[in-house]
Ligand binder design. Structure first.
Ligand code: 3HC
Length: 295
């Protein structure tokens, strides 16, 4: 098997842009593919902003910033990923969309290319079964903001070869990340614990246990969390969280994973969290202030 030297990233949203930034900064020529030029431009803008912030804080040398940007190629053409040794998919959390993408990419790539999904909750094994390479299909789950969060979950599906697990773990370390391994069960390790906690904070808000600001301050000051659960939910994206929760509820059938009515209504109202400017907080002001949700 060839060493991983060229990386492809599918999707240039919050996670895809962060993953591309991490791989390019670590020295890998990286081809980023999304469906529209506008989405690619937005993702590139996010990367530039993040790299600038790291340079400003002296966490990255200006030459390393320039090198990372040179190693990035943005395209809408799936065929441009034909010579990548590893492809990380970070598109919408929708099994049909992901599966269709993998099916389209499979015949375009050499058989040794590793396919990795950054899904947070969908089955790696089901996606792998849509390709002719289930032994070279793996989960590689990053955390937001990718440039700062050290963890990566490496998920072994039923058919993933142990050698591919080892190579993917080694790749994660080359990105400067700390990998842990997890089984192919919805949510893996972190989201299985985190998602019910975030949903419970919403139920606490709905039930009037405390205000959004007090719930968040409580967990920050009482437990030393960098962000309270409602601010973190906004940060992850409420639409994404609702989708993850629904998938986990479907897999486990346990009420703790069920998206609370408040979350569903906020998503329907277009309150998608920080990325849309409004969620539990309004991000137009600095600091953001809690939104009156009519509770
Ligand atoms: N790129 C580069 N630098 C960044 C950045 C980015 N995207 N975002 C923040 N920073 C830098 C800031 O410049 C700042 O630098 P400094 O310490 O040198 O001043 C530093 O990070 C801290 O940023 P802020 O002062 O703006 O804010 P915080 O102190 O709150 O830190 C945070 C931001 C690192 C995001 C911190 O709040 C945090 O760790 N929050 C929890 C994040 C978390 O739990 N993520 C996991 C989500 S779950 C997930 O992703 C899984 C998915 O499947 C749902």
């Amino acid at each position: 098997m060839p060493d991983i030297s060229r990386v492809g990233v599918l999707g240039c949203g919050l996670m895809g842009s962060g993953i591309a930034q991490a791989t390019a900064t670590a020295g890998f020529p990286t081809v980023v593919r999304d469906v529209e030029a506008g989405l690619l431009a937005r993702g590139e803008g996010t990367i530039v902003k993040s790299l600038d912030k790291l340079v400003e804080k002296s966490k990255l040398a200006p030459a390393a910033r320039a090198g990372a940007l040179e190693r990035l190629t943005f395209t809408t053409d799936l065929a441009r990923l034909h010579d990548c040794d590893l492809i990380v998919e970070a598109v919408t959390e929708d099994l049909a969309i992901k599966t269709e993408l993998w099916r389209a990419l499979d015949p375009r790539c050499p058989p040794e290319t590793i396919f990795a999904s950054n899904t947070s909750s969908l089955s790696i094994g089901v996606m792998a079964a849509a390709t002719a390479r289930p032994d070279r299909f793996i989960g590689l789950h990053f955390f937001n903001p990718v440039p700062l969060m050290p963890l990566v979950e490496v998920v072994r599906a039923v058919g993933t070869s142990p050698a591919v697990v080892e190579r993917t773990m080694a790749f994660a370390r080359r990105l400067g990340k700390e990998p842990i391994t997890a089984r192919d069960r919805s949510g893996f390790v972190v989201n299985r614990l985190l998602v019910p906690y975030l949903l419970d904070a919403m139920r606490a808000l709905e039930q009037g246990v405390g205000s959004a600001a007090d719930i968040d301050r409580g967990m920050q000051l009482g437990c030393g969390h960098p962000m309270g659960p409602l601010a973190l939910a906004d940060f992850v994206g409420l639409d994404t969280l609702a989708r993850i929760a629904a998938i986990m509820y479907d897999e486990y059938g346990e009420p703790r994973f069920a998206p609370p009515p408040l979350l569903r209504r906020m998503v329907a109202a277009g309150l998608h969290g920080r990325k849309s400017g409004r969620g539990f907080y309004d991000y137009a002001s600095d600091p953001p202030h809690p939104i009156d949700l009519g509770l």
